[in-house]
Ligand binder design. Structure first.
Ligand code: HEM
Ligand code: HEM
Length: 237
């Protein structure tokens, strides 16, 4: 199907937002969450750091760098998905490529709902539905993951796996789309890199989740109050 100029630009923007800022946001987000491995105090210091950022700056960052790009990428992604031919059963591409193409879209659709669920039960619940910052501190997150027979943990583990696949296979696609990898050899090399990145990012996310299981809840009973960003950043290191 021929794309008009507007669709072409939107498609490019969709592709770009997958890496910048969303991909980068996700990597820093999983890295900061992995502070849970170091214990409740370190994780709570990260949360307190963001609580210490002036409200209007934090809101501008949340909207401009995270929420609007994710909403645009997600909604336009759903639009692309419903238009795309599900070519799993076609012979045009190799078997594995068909499935990778299919999974890219399937993970996108699943992530759309998982991210809405995730943000509404963390940031939105804590800041706008009156649950308070304790809800997203170590003990609160630990309860969210372990209550109801570890249902939260299972959902988070699956969510991390899907997001990691979507990002890393997306990176491979992105580099081809933007002409970064042109030769067959460079595409094969990037494919290996993307697979390695998928393993590393998944491990990072799962390690962060493990961090919420290895420390006793009691140790997290005393939440750290928000304080000056510099002081808190120092205590987080
Ligand atoms: C190990 C798995 C994860 C954990 C433990 C986790 C934890 C959290 C926490 C505690 C918050 C609230 C932070 C705050 O408001 O200060 C949050 C917000 C958020 N998370 Fe995650 N998250 C995980 C994975 C992901 C993934 C894979 C994504 C996908 C990109 C994601 C996207 C978001 C977004 C968009 C927000 C809202 C940010 C904002 O508005 O400030 N998270 N997460
Ligand atoms: C919110 C739900 C999401 C939906 C519905 C979605 C949907 C899609 C779709 C359909 C594509 C394929 C575009 C194409 O081949 O033309 C895509 C690509 C991509 N997505 Fe997502 N996505 C979502 C979330 C995310 C997240 C959280 C990230 C980053 C962690 C991300 C990163 C990427 C990347 C890097 C690409 C590759 C761009 C390219 O093909 O050039 N997406 N997304």
């Amino acid at each position: 199907m021929a794309l008009n100029r507007e669709n072409f630009l939107l498609h490019k923007l969709h592709s770009l937002t997958g890496i910048i800022p969303i991909g980068f946001y996700m990597l820093q987000h999983l890295t900061l969450n992995s502070f849970a491995l170091a214990g409740p105090d370190k994780f709570n210091a990260v949360i307190a750091f963001f609580e210490g950022v002036p409200k209007h700056i934090l809101l501008a960052l949340e909207l401009g760098v995270i929420l609007i790009p994710i909403l645009f990428h997600g909604i336009y992604g759903l639009f692309i998905t419903q238009r795309a031919e599900v070519n799993v059963y076609q012979r045009k591409y190799r078997f594995t490529e068909n499935w990778m193409y299919f999974f890219q879209r399937a993970t996108g659709v699943a992530l759309f709902f998982l991210i809405i669920l995730h943000v509404s039960t963390t940031t939105v619940a804590a800041k706008y539905l009156g649950r308070g910052v304790e809800h997203i501190q170590y003990a609160g997150m630990q309860r969210m993951l372990t209550d109801n027979g570890y249902l939260g943990l299972i959902l988070y583990a699956i969510g991390v796996l899907l997001a990691s696949y979507h990002l890393c296979y997306g990176l491979w696609n992105f580099c081809i789309r933007w002409g970064i990898t042109v030769s067959e050899a460079s595409q094969v090399a990037l494919r290996k890199f993307s697979f390695a990145a998928f393993l590393v990012v998944t491990a990072l996310g799962w390690a962060a989740l493990a961090g919420f299981l290895i420390h006793k809840p009691d140790a997290a009973a005393e939440p750290i109050q928000a304080s000056a960003p510099a002081a808190v950043a120092q205590s987080a290191l």
